[in-house]
Design a binder for this molecule. Sequence first.
Ligand code: AMP
Length: 129
Amino acid sequence: MASEKEAALAAAPSDSPTIFDKIINKEIPANIVFEDDKVLAFRDIAPQAPTHIVLIPKVKDGLTGISKAEEQHFEILGRLLYTAKLIAKQEGLEDGFRLVINDGPKGCQSVYHLHVHLLGGRQMNWPPG
Ligand code: AMP
């Protein structure tokens, strides 16, 4: 199986539908931990920590990544972060957690539908590798 870095380098930035659209449309299964009308959150299929959840906007609206954000996205961006905090509490991550947004090939982004990683359940290190 390709490493995260190889997967990211192989993924060309594009506005085409991604695997996350299939999860939104319930065409493929996902372990969903939170859903409302704007945000969907599910457990990452290749967890990098005991808790590893991916939060996505249900409507991409051009947000292939955070580098495509415009003023029209203020509400959904704030909602994603606030929802991450709610899920961290739901997951019992009182001692801390990490939120990550990868962007573009050098940021190791592999899926071009904006998403926030919520990682927790172990000690994080800084700086990241
Ligand atoms: P990124 O590398 O930041 O673009 O993150 C994409 C994440 O989506 C990776 O951590 C993958 O493991 C995760 N992922 C890809 N496909 C699925 C899937 N079907 N279900 C859950 N997570 C997935």
